[in-house]
Design a protein around this ligand. Structure first.
Ligand code: ADP
Ligand code: SF4
Ligand code: MG
Length: 379
C-alpha cells in the first residue's frame, strides 16, 4: 500500500535522524587516535590465503534508506591465485573492492559489519581492514595493493606526462632512488607492459594515447610499487575486443612473473574462464555460488550462474541473439523476503518465497546457496 504524504514525510524524518546518528558514531570511531593494535591485528583462518572476506556488510546510508550493497559476503583469495568476482551490474562487486581498499565515499558508505582479514607484507602481520585506522590503511594501499579501474583516466592525471606520473609512484615508495634511476625504472616498466617506443610514450600526455595504451600505462604504474595483490575492476570493459584480449594476456603474464594474487572483477564469465583459478558469483549483494573455476563451469548449480553461463557469447557458435536472464536485480533498499533471485528463477519453489537459502557444500571447493540443493540434501 502506498504511503500518504504525511507518512512519507515522517519516514523521511526518521531516516535522516537514523543516518545522522550513524554518521556521528562512524566519525567518532574514525577520528580516534592511538587505536590499540589488538583491535585490528588478527589471524588468518587459513595461512594459504592472502585475504579472507568474512561476512562483510557494507551499507550506504542514503536519504531514501539504508542500501545494503554488500550483505554478508564471504570468500577467500589464496596467495598467488586469481579470483574472479562476477555478477550483473549493481550486484556489489565494486563496493566489495572499495571496502577492501578503504575507498568508500564517507560518511554515507560504511563497513557495517564482518571482517576483511589481510596478510600484510609491509606490516608483517594480519590485519582486519574493517577495523584498520585510516593512517595504517594508507601504508597498504598503493604500497602493496594496486588497483586498476575500468576507466584508465581515473588513475591518470591529464596535466602530467606518463613519465612524470610513474616516476612519482617510484619516488613515493623509494625516495632514495636517483633521478636517472627513476627514469630507467619507468622505461623498464613501460617495456614490461608491452609498450614499444618507450621514450616517446614517456614524454606523452594521457590524452595523446589510445584507451588500450592508457590501460597498459596504468598497469605499469600499478606495478611500480611492487604489489603482491592487484584489484582489477572491469579492467577491459571499456576496450575493444582485440585490445581486451591483449590486456588480459598482459595481466596473466605479469601475475605469473611477480606471483601476485589478483581479484578480477567482471560481468563477463568468459574473462573468468580464461584468467581465474576461483570464481565468486554475486547476486544482489550476496554470494550465491563460489568455487574452483573448472568445477563451476563444468557443473554450475545456482540458477543465476546457469543463466550467466547461457548469456555468455561463445565465438563461432552462430547464435543470432544472446540469451539474457529475464527481469532485473531487486532494489537493494527493499530486498524481498526469501531468495533474492526468486522473481527471475524458473525453478522457484514455495519455500523460496519466504526463507533465504543457506549455504550448501557441493564439494570441498564448491559452495552454492539455493533451496534446490538444501532439499536434495535433506531428502
Ligand atoms: N555511493 C553510493 N550511494 C548509494 N548506493 C550506492 C553507492 N555506490 C553503490 N551503491 C549501490 O550499491 C549497489 C552495488 O553497487 P556496485 O558495487 O557498484 O555494483 P557492481 O556489481 O556493478 O560493481 C548498487 O545497488 C548501487 O546502487
Ligand atoms: S533458492 Fe529457489 S528461487 Fe532462489 S535460486 Fe534457488 S530455486 Fe531459485
Ligand atoms: Mg562495478
Amino acid at each position: 500500500m502506498a504511503l500518504s504524504k504525511k507518512e512519507l514525510k515522517l519516514k523521511e524524518k526518521e531516516i535522516k535522524k537514523f543516518n545522522k546518528q550513524k554518521f556521528k558514531e562512524y566519525t567518532k570511531q574514525k577520528n580516534r587516535k592511538n587505536v590499540p593494535e589488538q583491535e585490528y591485528v588478527t589471524q588468518m583462518k587459513n595461512p594459504d590465503n592472502l585475504i579472507e572476506f568474512d561476512n562483510l556488510q557494507t551499507y550506504f546510508y542514503t536519504d531514501a534508506g539504508t542500501v545494503k550493497s554488500v550483505d554478508g559476503v564471504s570468500f577467500d583469495i589464496p596467495i598467488g591465485k586469481t579470483v574472479g568476482v562476477v555478477g550483473e551490474s549493481g550486484c556489489g562487486k565494486s563496493v566489495t573492492s572499495l571496502s577492501l581498499m578503504g575507498l568508500l565515499p564517507g560518511p554515507y558508505g560504511q563497513i557495517a559489519g564482518g571482517e576483511i582479514r589481510y596478510n600484510s607484507k609491509n606490516l608483517g602481520k594480519v590485519v582486519n581492514i574493517a577495523k584498520l585506522p585510516q593512517s595504517i590503511h594508507g601504508k597498504i594501499r598503493g604500497g602493496e595493493i594496486s588497483m586498476i579501474f575500468q576507466e584508465p583516466m581515473t588513475s591518470l592525471n591529464p596535466i602530467f606526462t606518463i613519465g612524470e606520473q610513474i616516476e612519482e609512484v617510484i619516488y613515493y615508495h623509494d625516495p632514495k632512488e636517483t633521478k636517472e634511476g627513476r627514469k630507467q625504472r619507468t622505461l623498464e616498466l613501460l617495456k614490461a607492459v608491452g609498450i614499444s617506443r618507450v621514450e616517446e610514450i614517456y614524454k606523452s600526455y594521457p590524452h595523446e594515447l589510445s584507451g588500450g595504451m592508457r590501460q597498459r600505462v596504468v598497469i605499469a604504474m600499478s606495478l611500480a610499487c611492487g604489489p603482491n595483490f592487484i584489484v582489477a575492476d572491469e579492467p577491459t570493459t571499456a576496450l575493444d575486443v582485440t585490445i581486451q584480449a591483449q590486456i588480459l594476456d598482459l595481466l596473466r603474464d605479469l601475475k605469473n612473473r611477480i606471483n601476485a594474487s589478483i581479484m578480477l572483477i567482471t560481468h563477463d564469465l568468459g574473462v573468468v574462464a580464461e584468467m581465474a583459478d576461483y570464481v565468486v558469483i554475486m547476486y544482489a549483494g550476496r554470494v550465491v555460488e563460489k568455487g574452483e573455476v573448472k568445477e563451476i563451469f563444468k557443473n554450475p548449480k545456482h540458477p543465476y550462474t546457469k543463466g550467466l553461463l547461457k548469456s555468455r557469447p561463445v565465438l563461432n557458435e552462430g547464435t543470432d541473439r544472446l540469451y539474457s536472464i529475464p527481469g532485473a536485480v531487486p532494489n537493494p533498499i527493499n530486498m524481498p523476503s526469501g531468495c533474492f533471485f526468486k522473481n527471475r528463477c524458473e525453478d522457484c519453489m514455495d519455500i523460496c518465497d519466504s526463507v533465504y537459502p543457506s549455504i550448501v557444500d557441493v564439494s570441498d571447493t564448491h559452495k552454492v546457496t539455493c533451496h534446490l540443493y538444501n532439499e536434495r540434501k535433506e531428502g
